[in-house]
Design a protein around this ligand. Structure first.
Ligand code: TRP
Ligand code: ZN
Length: 462
């Protein structure tokens, strides 16, 4: 009886103001617990085509981004994340659409609403000089960055919107095409396969196709006087590197372990997840490196970093499995990227130089932690997302897990995890569940100690 009244009441409401079938605006975020504004609801992007004309003298771009998406609800309006730059024209399904902008959110009202499951195309034409910025989550300039002799793009976690309109959250991966035109003799390096170069009078267009699903923050375009160097990797994998012409010989030598690293990681993590790999070395010094998908980004200064630099090279490569192929479902789970890539450095050191070396690196991690009491799996909102705990305590947590379950189960856990969540997303709970399933052990206490409690546990020993 009560139920019936409720149903009638709802039907009455539904036929009135809030008609149930009426298209609604998509959410302005995906509900990320660390960065709530990122991404948008109501649709799922399939493909981005990013067409850029870059003026290397002024730094300005003339751009068109085409987004092919599917509506996941009836939509009266939807958002894209987009910062700065002037929108010249915006169409949805070929018809001019209205839009409003508020900081990094752009709300688009198509001429006609979109139906659930409908495929639609958004074309945004825009121009201006892209600006990088510092997110509260990380104290470095993220997004599109210009330097004396070139451009690099490093966007983690929220910089993609500095150069293209996006559903900017790793939950919505898509494939990408990049068509970038620059004046000769500049060279463009972007994610994926170089499928065509079109020579103009004094300019060249470089067309790249990235056919593996990719999170928006991993998209990168680099411009400089690069030399492209190719080599064969394991199982016919193409390795193509972009080195600054001035330091190409030194860089080629410094990155010469890449094929061996891939082969080693193939064995312990499962098969390399993408169509191509390589690195791009920006023609400038950078205080970081980034695991941009299929083409990790480094600064020229890495060449002076000796064995530590080799560990960084292994770290970015390992991210292709941990972070890029398996992405965090929420930024809060960032240790699934950084802890794992940091532990991969330990594994590489161990493989290359013997067990004693792993202990040296691990001891260094433990020391670096100092008195940081950030719980690895729950970095406090508002703080630095890329804090020392998610890197080093995350790595030590994996080492503690390895000591607890033994080598065989440990590497089976890693391979099961990369296989189960490839081209997708995972949470800390997902990883813990795989660890318990594969080892057949109850690991709750160990994970609580290492991932959730504040106190730094003592150095893990056998
Ligand atoms: N993920 C990077 C690493 O390998 C660190 C990082 C986070 C970063 N955000 C970035 C690097 C932005 C460059 C730009 O540790
Ligand atoms: Zn990393």
């Amino acid at each position: 009886m009560h139920k019936l009244i409720l149903v009638i009441l709802m039907m009455t409401v539904a036929s009135g103001v809030l008609a149930q079938g009426d298209p609604q605006p998509g959410d302005p975020g995906v509900g990320d617990s660390f960065l709530p504004g990122l991404g948008n609801g109501g649709y799922d992007v399939q493909h981005y085509t990013i067409d850029l004309d870059v003026d290397m003298n002024t730094g300005a771009i003339d751009a068109t981004t085409t987004i092919e998406a599917n509506a996941t609800q009836d939509l009266s309006a939807f958002n894209l994340d987009f910062r700065g730059l002037e929108v010249v024209e915006l169409t949805v399904n070929g018809e001019v659409a209205e839009f409003e902008r508020n900081r990094s959110e752009m709300t688009i009202t198509p001429a006609a609403p979109l139906g659930v499951d409908e495929a639609f195309t958004v074309v945004v034409t825009y121009k201006g000089v892209p600006n990088s910025f510092e997110d509260s989550a990380i104290p470095i300039a993220i997004g599109w960055n210009r330097y004396d002799t070139g451009i690099y793009v490093a966007s983690e976690p929220s910089g993609a919107a500095t150069w293209f309109p996006a559903n900017d959250h790793p939950l919505d991966k898509a494939t990408f095409t990049f068509e970038v035109t620059v004046d000769d003799p500049y060279v463009v390096a972007a994610n994926g396969m170089l499928i065509e170069t079109v020579e103009g009078d004094a300019e060249t267009t470089y067309i790249f196709e990235a056919s593996d699903p990719m999170a928006t923050y991993l998209a990168t375009v680099n411009v400089a006087d690069f030399i492209r160097v190719e080599e064969a990797g394991p199982n016919g994998l193409l390795i193509r590197n972009y080195f600054p012409a001035v330091s190409a010989a030194q860089a080629e030598d410094y990155f010469s372990d890449t094929a061996e690293m891939i082969e080693y990681f193939n064995g312990i993590f499962g098969p390399y997840p993408f169509e191509v790999y390589g690195v791009v070395v920006a023609d400038t010094n950078l205080g970081f490196a980034l695991e941009t998908q299929t083409m990790s980004l480094f600064g020229e200064n890495v060449l002076e970093n000796g064995f530590n630099g080799q560990l960084t090279i292994a770290h970015e490569l390992a991210h292709q499995w941990f972070g890029d192929s398996v992405s965090p479902a929420d930024w809060q789970h960032i240790w699934l990227n950084e802890g794992f890539a940091s532990y991969a450095m330990v594994l590489w050191a161990e493989y290359k130089n013997g067990e004693g070396f792993a202990d040296v690196v691990l001891a260094n991690f433990h020391e670096n932690l100092g008195s940081s009491t950030v719980p690895v799996a729950e970095p406090p909102v508002g703080g630095n997302l890329f804090n020392v705990a998610v890197y080093f305590r995350g790595a030590l947590a994996l080492h503690a897990l390895r000591l607890e379950v033994g080598d065989e189960a440990f590497f089976n856990i890693l391979r099961t995890y990369t296989n189960r969540f490839h081209d997708s997303n995972a949470t800390t709970e997902d990883f813990m569940a795989v660890a318990e399933e594969v080892s057949g052990m109850e690991l709750d206490e160990m994970f609580q100690t290492w991932l959730y409690k504040r106190d730094v546990p003592p150095f893990p020993e056998e």
